[in-house]
Design a protein around this ligand. Structure first.
Ligand code: DAT
Length: 177
């Protein structure tokens, strides 16, 4: 599973819900040859879960099924994996791990606009303040592969897009003959 076998890199786009993963992943997929894998949707559509957890208002993910789904795609390369968690991905299949960060007052507004319950807004806001996603990424990947990006404004969105596209071009130059 060496990196040389892939013509395109695999990117993990991680962050608390509402930080802008899906928006950025869609823009990246439009502007590159990489494919956006929106794990929230995929888990639902492909039944990669044990059922819906009413208390937490979220799917109880079956990690084994998620890995079975993802591994062949990651081996091929060219995936932008958009998910709020990253602990289950084999490090050798990932080339870059991005963590989006959003100021907690902005995040609160975005989650409120999404219609989340107060409980869910508070829980996610706390997770963002406590850097839960960032810590998980730091525990899962080599620090050299991790980039933390601010996602507070549309300016941030544009500069993040440009920066990641430049990184993809550089990766291709380094890895494809
Ligand atoms: P996520 O996929 O992390 O849950 P999203 O992409 O659905 O987040 O974005 C949540 C909302 O915030 C959506 O209305 C778009 C908006 N948004 C995303 N990134 C932003 C940014 N950098 N600046 C302002 N708004 C942003």
């Amino acid at each position: 599973m060496a990196t040389e076998q892939r013509d395109l890199p695999n990117i993990i786009l991680c962050g608390t819900p509402g930080t802008g993963k899906t928006t950025l992943a869609e823009q990246l997929a439009d502007a590159s040859e990489l494919e956006h894998l929106c794990m929230g949707t995929i888990v639902k559509e492909h039944h990669l879960h044990f059922g819906f957890d009413e208390k937490w208002q979220t799917y109880d993910v079956d990690e084994e099924k998620v890995l079975d789904y993802l591994e062949p795609r990651l081996i091929k390369g060219g995936c932008i994996v958009d998910w709020h968690t990253c602990g289950i991905f084999p490090e050798e299949l990932i080339d870059l791990a991005i963590v989006l960060r959003t100021d907690h007052s902005k995040l609160w507004e975005r989650l409120e606009a999404r219609g989340y319950s107060l409980h869910k807004i508070q829980e996610n806001n706390e997770a963002e303040i406590m850097q839960v996603c960032l810590e998980e990424v730091r525990e899962s990947f080599d620090l050299k592969m991790i980039v933390e990006l601010e996602s507070n404004s549309t300016d941030d969105m544009e500069s993040n897009l440009t920066r990641i596209l430049q990184w993809i071009d550089a990766w291709k130059e380094d890895h494809v003959n």
